[in-house]
Design a protein around this ligand. Structure first.
Ligand SMILES: Nc1ncnc2c1ncn2[C@@H]1O[C@H](COP(=O)(O)OP(=O)(O)OP(=O)(O)O)[C@@H](O)[C@H]1O
Length: 339
């Protein structure tokens, strides 16, 4: 059964349509799935979550949770846990009291409360912190407490709005891994909102790209990345070379651009050899930027176009001023037609 269903969902604020465009949003999230909603600022991501959570009421359409129409049901009756970017812990309450909060409002008896709080804190890797004040914890720890608070009443669905945005890069990477592990362990359905494409690609089973309140594309992350429906999706998901081709735009991801010394035979080494020579172009290396494990080269083709190539730093990488040949496997490209 599907965990969440959005049916022709629309939210307007006055004359402004925040979500739903002309036809409304249709989206199904399966039981136990982790779906990421990705989009730029103002795309309607938070609006979508607040409608599922019940913090705002839909203008039209329906929200169905576990087969039940909850469109007009208040938030606390929806069996949905929510985690926001700013951990929003109550500063005057201890960690234990913070996590116990949803159990209190649900009138769970004291002894059971204590047990479930301890379990939730252990789940997020912070056992025994009940008596601490939130202010004595790091940002990452506070975010884990917020997660424990959302999990403590064992909701069927967890909504996460930019849950890692306030954390620094290293902690964010670590928490991404932990969130995935938690998702696997608990089997809870997760709907996550982010504007960070890497986070969405890393975390989700399925990706929904929002643009101006409408779904631009949805699908498994690798598929959306490799076969974007249009230019907006292609560029939003990562660096893109877009080349005019037969009345369409040919997408070549920078990591698929091979660079070899000018004039050298291309496609050697048995990498499929499917016509790589046909797509090879001569270019000048304008710049070569070292990124640790990778190097990004900006190439200028003979007809004046810029081409980005991203190569593993372990490879022989060309330097600025070098003349090279750039090529790619046609099978690794996608033709964008609907722009
Ligand atoms: N309470 C509100 N009143 C009026 N307009 C609103 C309200 N909430 C959101 N909007 C508008 O609806 C649109 C979608 O907003 P929303 O917050 O859902 O976008 P978002 O994709 O989450 O963006 P961000 O990544 O910046 O949070 C925006 O144009 C926003 O200004």
């Amino acid at each position: 059964m599907s965990a969440i269903e959005l049916r022709a969902l629309v939210k307007r604020y006055g004359a402004h349509t925040a979500l739903g465009g002309e036809r409304g949003i249709d989206l199904t999230v399966d039981d136990g799935e982790l779906v990421a909603i990705l989009g730029p600022s103002g795309a309607g991501k938070t609006t979508a979550l607040t409608l599922v959570a019940g913090f705002e009421e839909a203008t039209s359409g329906a929200v169905v949770i576990g087969g039940r129409d909850v469109t007009r049901l208040p938030a606390h009756k929806r069996d949905v846990g929510v985690v926001f970017q700013s951990y929003a812990l109550f500063p005057h309450l201890t960690v234990g009291e913070n996590v116990a909060f949803p159990l209190r409002t649900r009138r769970v008896p004291r002894a059971e409360r204590r047990e479930r709080v301890a379990r939730a804190l252990a789940t997020v890797g912070l056992p025994g912190t009940e008596e601490r004040a939130p202010a004595t914890l790091s940002g990452g720890q506070q975010q884990r407490i917020a997660l424990a608070r959302a999990l403590v009443f064992e909701p069927r669905i967890l909504l996460l709005d930019e849950p890692l945005a306030a954390l620094d890069r290293r902690l964010r990477d670590q928490m991404q891994v932990e969130l995935r592990a938690l998702h696997r362990e608990l089997g809870v359905t997760m709907l996550l909102v982010t504007h960070d494409q890497e986070e969405a690609l890393t975390l989700s089973d399925r990706l929904v790209v929002l643009h101006d309140g409408a779904i631009a594309q949805e699908g498994p992350p690798a598929e959306v990345y490799r076969r974007p429906a249009n230019r907006f999706v292609a560029e939003f998901l990562g660096a893109s070379n877009l080349l005019e081709h037969d009345g369409g735009l040919l997408l070549v991801r920078p990591e698929d651009v091979r660079v070899s010394a000018n004039g050298a035979a291309d496609g050697s080494g048995g990498s499929g050899g499917s016509g790589a020579e046909d797509t090879g172009v001569r270019a000048l290396v304008e710049d070569s930027v070292f990124l640790g494990s990778r190097v990004v080269c900006r190439l200028r083709t003979e007809d004046g176009r810029v081409l980005l190539a991203e190569r593993p730093a372990a490879e022989q990488v060309p330097v600025a001023g070098e003349r090279v040949r750039a090529s790619w496997d046609p099978e690794r490209t996608a033709l964008l037609t609907d722009d």
